[in-house]
Design a protein around this ligand. Structure first.
Ligand code: NAD
Length: 271
């Protein structure tokens, strides 16, 4: 065992990762880092990304299984866990990564007053309530001291142009994280959210004006850069590991410090 593996204590741990759609997915970087740390990986993928998942799985031998997952309904979520347990009887899960987000187009580009109920419900069901849904079905398969990490965005607490209904979904997701952490904590389970800065992925491509947000963060964040998938993956591995054993119910910003600012130093021309 390498010393890094010893410190993290993740060697041989079992991780379920939900949200790989492409090589750009934040969840894919998380898979790579968890694999490096010695984890065995099982993926839940959306059927429309099946061909990409088949290509990606050959790049990471630590992927031991992958099964379709659609969190839109309770039944389709249950089907993932049925498949997982059928193929891996008695296998217990130590880590779960919930990197799932979706909102219909009108949630981003229609005036907030006129987004219809169906679109709002879809965004909140898939992007927020799915954390509770996944946890419920996962419980029989989780080891004590499990660690679950979800991905959120700072528009949950502050206005970001064009993020629209997704802001409300992310606020709900963070509330779910706290509520689940408090109610499952007595049994040893931990849940935390990582609030990532903007990163170009398939999901981000649906947000009008996303490139302007990237430019703004690069110019104004304390580190004067954007974060990338690997920045988020590093924090995820820490939250998955025993090194963060006292941390639960938290929302941790991995955003080059942007969320800590109100008036950026860049306006004084300090570069
Ligand atoms: P991505 O498009 O690579 O990943 C989104 C994932 O959600 C995809 O794998 C997709 O299959 C999955 N998904 C959508 N609907 C689903 C459903 N019904 N059932 C199962 N899976 C479903 O994009 P990403 O940026 O890596 O997004 C991952 C997470 O990170 C999302 O929650 C996103 O909101 C969050 N996030 C992203 C950014 C960013 O700028 N990219 C910033 C902060 C937070």
């Amino acid at each position: 065992m390498q010393s890094g593996e010893f410190i993290l204590g993740l060697n041989g741990k079992v991780a379920l990762v939900f949200g790989v759609a492409s090589e750009d997915s934040i969840a894919w970087a998380i898979c790579q880092r968890l694999a490096q740390a010695g984890c065995k990986l099982y993926l839940g993928y959306q059927k429309r990304f099946m061909s990409r998942i088949f290509q990606l799985k050959d790049k990471l031998p630590e992927i031991a299984g992958f099964y379709p997952l659609d969190v839109a309904s309770d039944q389709t979520t249950a089907e993932f866990f049925t498949e997982f347990s059928k193929e891996n009887p008695n296998l217990k899960v130590d880590i779960m990564v919930h990197a799932i987000g979706f909102a219909p187009r009108e949630c981003f580009d229609r005036h907030i007053l006129f987004v219809d109920d169906d679109a709002i419900n879809t965004a909140i069901t898939i992007s927020a309530n799915s954390l509770q849904r996944i946890m419920r079905h996962a419980m029989p398969h989780l080891n004590k001291k499990s660690s679950t990490i979800t991905l959120t965005y700072a528009a949950s607490t502050r206005f970001v142009p064009n993020y629209g209904v997704m802001s409300i979904a992310k606020a709900a997701l963070e509330s779910w994280t706290r509520e689940l952490a408090c109610q499952l904590g007595p049994d040893g389970h931990r849940l935390n959210a990582i609030s990532s800065g903007p990163i170009k992925t398939i999901a981000a491509g649906g947000i009008p004006g996303f490139d302007k947000i990237l430019d703004h963060v690069e110019e104004n964040s304390p580190l004067r850069r954007n974060v990338n998938q690997d920045d988020v993956a590093g924090c995820t591995v820490w939250l998955a590991s025993e090194l963060s054993s006292g941390v639960t119910g938290q929302c941790i910003h991995v955003d080059a410090g942007y969320s800590s600012t109100m008036v950026p130093g860049s306006i004084m021309g300090d570069d």
